[in-house]
Write a protein that binds this ligand. Structure first.
Ligand SMILES: Nc1ncnc2c1ncn2[C@@H]1O[C@H](COP(=O)(O)OP(=O)(O)OP(=O)(O)O)[C@@H](O)[C@H]1O
Ligand SMILES: [Mg+2]
Length: 352
């Protein structure tokens, strides 16, 4: 038996006679993070690509493409290949992944087995699209796992424990609300309200209240800076276009302005958590009373979100360590002990 399992292990790590490299990818709306087993995080870049629309060639990917977004010349198109957690532009996603794969290329090891996360509420077509794009980008094998499961594992939760935990992962495109217990999720809700939608609301709020048109990147920077600020009195300068004169304009914004701009969407997330809590079984509810709510994803850093959840439910809220990396950390833990998590893996052979 022992010999057999050893053989299986060796067989698993050899693919067509070549050593397999195990890779985890958090293919997010805002960020793509790539982890290589036994090496660590190799890519952590914005999910952006720029393309020359005259030659149809890829111009830049990741950080470099995001840097020029909003300032690009006419012959360049800036594309965010994912929207609301799913692939919205297949070719651009493929080009972006090919670019990242090129950066981590290792000629000695050509067979990559990739584990990718997907939001819990995706359709079969959206799921198939993730399989195909990673295969097209050069992977030899692709497995999927739901993002909230990975987020829970990466948040340090023992998902096999018969005790329920509520994980709320706030990304850029989706917020996943999931009850995890006894080795899987018992109930998951995925809503398309997250960081990108906050940015959009900030753009609209400052336009109405301060007569300034700002870009989404400026709105995002303002949101991040104001949430990293230690005090509520700190002011942040934003620059854009005056809505009346159409000339360049600068305005100073305080933290509470950002909070006013995003409170509506924050409350929608609160409503969804409330709905989810109302739908679960009493035993799960009893556990949540003890374990509270775990916040992960980049949006977990929004202080108003934590405060409003605490106020609304009177539950303990834990913002997990390095919330933006919770999912990739979860993928790395699964890759380290793949057999333990096989029930949670959606493979190419899984029935659709
Ligand atoms: N300090 C911060 N304060 C507020 N928001 C932040 C902070 N840091 C990052 N964010 C926001 O978090 C979001 C990115 O989070 P994350 O990387 O988890 O998303 P993603 O995985 O790419 O998206 P999704 O899971 O929805 O596909 C962005 O909207 C970003 O603006
Ligand atoms: Mg995410």
């Amino acid at each position: 038996m022992k010999v057999f399992s050893k053989f299986k292990k060796i067989k698993n790590s050899i693919f067509n006679g070549k050593k397999v490299r195990h890779i985890g990818i958090d293919l997010g709306t805002a960020n793509t993070i790539i982890y290589i087993k036994e090496e660590g995080i190799k890519i952590d870049e914005p999910s952006y690509i720029s393309r020359n629309n005259k030659t149809e060639r890829v111009d830049k990917i990741g950080e470099l493409a995001k840097k020029i977004a909003g300032k690009e010349p006419k012959y360049i198109d800036i594309i965010r290949p994912l929207k609301n957690g799913v692939i919205s532009n297949y070719e651009a996603t493929l080009n972006m992944l090919e670019g990242f794969f090129e950066e981590i290329r290792d000629d000695a090891i050509t067979n990559d087995s990739v584990l990718v996360c997907i939001p819990s509420g995706v359709t079969q077509v959206e799921r198939r699209s993730v399989f195909n794009v990673v295969l097209d980008a050069g992977a030899k094998e692709v497995n999927l796992v739901e993002e909230p499961i990975a987020a829970a594992i990466g948040s340090g939760i023992d998902i096999f424990e018969p005790k329920a935990h509520l994980v709320v992962n706030v990304g850029a495109g989706t917020t996943e609300i999931s009850f995890i217990s006894s080795g899987g999720d018992s109930n998951s809700k995925s809503i398309r309200i997250a960081g990108d939608h906050f940015d959009q609301d900030i753009v609209e709020y400052v336009k109405d209240e301060y007569g300034i048109i700002i870009g989404k990147k400026t709105a995002e920077t303002l949101k991040i800076k104001s949430n990293l600020s230690e005090t509520d009195d700190e002011k942040f300068e934003i620059r854009g276009i005056d809505t009346i004169t159409y000339l360049p304009k600068s305005v100073e914004i305080k933290v509470d302005v950002v909070n006013k701009a995003i409170i509506y969407k924050i409350n929608l997330i609160i409503d969804s958590i409330k709905q989810a809590l109302e739908e679960i079984a009493p035993e799960i509810s009893a556990d949540i009373y003890e374990t509270g709510i775990y916040l992960s994803g980049g949006g977990a850093r929004i202080k108003l979100l934590k405060k409003r959840i605490e106020e609304a439910f009177n539950l303990n809220v834990t913002v997990v360590e390095e919330p933006r990396h919770a999912v990739i950390k979860g993928l790395s833990i699964i890759l380290d002990d793949f057999n333990k998590y096989t029930n949670l893996i959606i493979s190419d052979h899984t029935e659709y």
